[in-house]
Design a protein around this ligand. Structure first.
Ligand code: OOG
Ligand code: NI
Length: 272
């Protein structure tokens, strides 16, 4: 079971790094500081990863979640993003060394008709059993869109546009500050990353949340990657890297949930 989980996250990580070169740089930079602090090789710990999809039956949130439920994860929270027409759930494993998983889905019927048409065309040829395949969670797109279609999607939902280019894969990994030794705050990480030239998501402030909501988060802006569309190339946002600090609840345990108001801003790390 644990090997299977490690293998899945390793596939997701490798797939994510291919289109997120900045994440590899940030990862190695932070790990370098941590190793120096410890006096030996140190590994970063992931707080969570996130996946995206459409609420179309054969590929919906629950179909993605099934892979994690089969590995011993359970649903622990539900979230709504009315403005962005998104719903999300988060999943945790009983063994808390495994990252949490945040899965969202776009409510397609709440999109304008032309957006719905493009999404239905994209997903029409996916077979009913595709989402059950072992590699589905890092299978990328199962379709191609034109640059015009991408622009229509982006005008109404940056999330839909992101899905049209990147499909099924980890949208971000998140470093757990609670497991770090050298870094004491997100502000310290943010300062370092900015001095190294990385761009942070400043929507809603560089640090979203804080002790008062038991979770503080910051993230880079997604890398811009050249993508082949049906008839031309275009630079589009790929994936980003997140940093999270969790605080203790009155019970003394660290809060493990998400904060909808902060998540709403984290989604914008893939804005164009
Ligand atoms: C998920 C955004 C929310 C968090 O940690 O609050 C999130 C996404 O961008 O797909 O990851
Ligand atoms: Ni996140």
């Amino acid at each position: 079971m644990h090997n299977k989980i490690d293998r899945l996250f390793s596939h997701l990580w490798q797939d994510y790094l291919i289109i997120t070169p900045s994440a590899k740089k940030v990862h190695d930079l932070l790990e370098g500081y941590e190793s120096k602090h410890l006096g030996k090789t140190s590994k970063l710990v992931n707080d969570h990863i996130a996946l995206r999809t459409f609420n179309i039956e054969k590929i919906n949130l629950d179909k993605l979640a099934a892979h994690f439920l089969a590995l011993g994860y359970t649903e622990q929270g539900q979230y709504e993003f009315v403005e962005k027409k998104l719903r999300a759930k988060h999943f945790e494993h009983t063994d808390d060394t495994h990252p949490k998983v945040f899965i969202s889905e776009l409510i397609v019927e709440d999109m304008p008709f032309d957006v719905q048409q493009i999404i239905l065309k994209m997903t029409d040829n996916i077979s009913d059993d595709a989402a059950a395949q072992d590699n589905f969670l890092y299978s990328g797109t199962h379709w191609q869109v034109s640059p015009q279609e991408y622009d229509v999607l982006a005008a109404h939902s940056e999330y839909a546009a992101w899905m049209s280019v990147w499909g099924f894969r980890a949208n971000h990994f998140t470093v757990s500050l609670n497991h770090m030794g050298h870094f004491q705050s997100l502000a310290q990480i943010n300062t370092l990353l900015k001095s190294e030239g990385f761009i942070l998501n400043s929507s809603g402030g560089e640090i979203k949340g804080g002790p008062e909501v038991l979770l503080a988060q910051s993230s880079t802006m997604a890398d811009k990657i050249e993508v082949q569309f049906t008839n031309c190339k275009k630079l589009v946002p790929s994936c980003f890297y997140e940093f999270a600090q969790r605080y203790k609840m009155p019970t003394g345990k660290l809060y493990q949930g998400f904060v909808a108001a902060s998540a709403d801003k984290i989604f914008e790390s893939t804005n164009i």
